[in-house]
Design a protein around this ligand. Structure first.
Ligand SMILES: [Zn+2]
Length: 161
């Protein structure tokens, strides 16, 4: 029997790159959240505009440019912004990452010490599919992500903690 987890690990050992995974803790709102209006600050220096307390993780992944149904990535919604060409990516993440919709994936520039210095791209997870193997074990995640505009203080949120 093929051990898909092991295969993916070996593949990532060779071909992965590191990303920053922004995990939202949906139990706790960020202080920028305004309950009355339900709005969050897109330029919040803490939560990357998610409106929740977040955890910053380094993860490794492999990505492809996606051929993804528009409905899945919310491209129509994004197109209204007009200034950006929407790009959809498919990210492959290991079984222990447990990605969730609306968490963020940041493509960043790392310094020589492995510290993230600058955000190159910000992506919002539109859908996270569990890929199941033998006896329903989660082997890996296939994640669809759409490009999002970087907030004015996102770099600060990443580097000044
Ligand atoms: Zn915030």
């Amino acid at each position: 029997m093929i051990d898909v987890r092991k295969r993916l690990k070996e593949f990532l050992d060779l071909y992965a790159h590191d990303i920053i995974y922004i995990r939202r803790d949906t139990r706790f709102r960020c202080e920028c959240y305004v309950e009355r209006s339900g709005e969050t600050a897109p330029d919040c220096p803490k939560c990357f505009g998610t409106g929740y307390v977040v955890q910053i993780e380094k993860q490794r992944t492999r990505r492809n440019i996606g051929t993804v149904p528009e409905s899945l990535v919310g491209i129509n919604q994004l197109a209204q912004v007009g200034r950006f060409v929407p790009k959809a990516y498919v990210y492959y993440l290991e079984h222990n990452v447990k990605p969730e919709e609306n968490d963020l994936i940041l493509e960043v520039i790392w310094d020589i010490n492995g510290v993230p210095r600058l955000i190159k791209e910000k992506h919002v997870i539109s859908a996270a599919e569990q890929k199941l193997g033998y006896k329903g074990r989660v082997e890996f995640y296939q994640v669809y992500a759409r490009y999002d505009q970087k907030g004015a203080n996102d770099d600060k949120a990443l580097t000044e903690r």
